[in-house]
Design a protein around this ligand. Sequence first.
Ligand code: ADP
Ligand code: MG
Length: 378
Amino acid sequence: MIGPGSTIGILGGGQLGRMLILAGRALGYRFVVFEPKGPCAAGMVADREVNAEYSDEAALTRFAESVDIITLEFENIPAEVIDTLSAIKPVMPGKQALHICQHRQREKDFLKSSGLPCVPFEYADSAESLKAAVTAIGFPCVIKTAAFGYDGKGQIKLNAEHESEDCDYLWDFLGKPPRVVVEKWIHHIGEFSVVCARKADGSKSTLPMAENVHVDHILHASIVPARVTGATRRAGEALACKIADLLDVVGLIAVELFLDESGQLIVNEMAPRPHNSGHYTIEGCFTSQFEQHIRAVTDLPFGSTELHGPTVMINLLGDVWEKGEPDWSALLNDPRCKLHLYDKGEARPGRKMGHFTVMGDEIEETLKRANRHFSELF
Ligand code: ADP
Ligand code: MG
């Protein structure tokens, strides 16, 4: 067990790291953040922030030597970095989970070979093979770069055949990536996610399934409890647990799901770290995803993930700052609403700047109140 008072190193300096640290601090842990460019949102609440490139081996070594264990809040960490670090200190969730989840082709291959439900897909590595892949999948479909995509970046949706006519142009537009995945666009009736925490001994704890609303491929809102049957909720939790076991995760894994018209859950993608759709757990659950992650990697017992009641989380993207600092008074005057700001500086459109969480006694009323607060910001 890595007891309170120990130091946890975090790779990545965004808001996920920031909220991990705020949860871990309450348990008495210390934190060092590794992030190429500073000052960063996580570094501001850490004991120390290291600003160096992932290619700087000396800096990585000094970072590893200054902490007891290492975890991450960002999955695009090169495999060599994990090798360098894990020779010095334990790195969680570990190389396998990271390697698979950071690349859409490996992720899809893993799902398919494990017999888990996933969307029909093809790969391409040239304009020519893109044309063939799009033809094979049909319309509508979505092209996604295999690596470094997030919040809908590196994605193009094609609605009809004429949109795919110029695959040379599409290929250039994507920046001639080494590889893309072409997926069938699923006419889902909803999107959901389950965050599962797992310890080295294989014990697991899932957080309540969230129902997620996306706008322009970016998460807008999470609604909990998800408005689905108990059987669907249990099926989602079982999928997340199975994936956590297969990938031998230590820490968190978030599993994003589509629910299709026949009532079947399909795995969209996975992230081996805290997830935006789990932010609601800070107020909504007895133990948050962030605290559960700290407990998993330090081998403390899990806390209860019991839901306090209907909870809605809404993201605050940079777009909300279009006319300057928003007026938070309606949010702050609601005694059952909590505002989180990440202190990230410049509010660019699409950039995740904060979120707010609304609690209530009944889910539809809670959702209405959350939507009203959101619309009042513009
Ligand atoms: P990211 O890494 O950006 O989260 P995702 O693959 O999860 O990438 O895509 C973002 C969002 O775009 C999804 O949550 C969903 O709303 C939509 N989307 C992506 N792929 C599909 C698909 N095959 N069918 C339907 N919707 C999709
Ligand atoms: Mg996603």
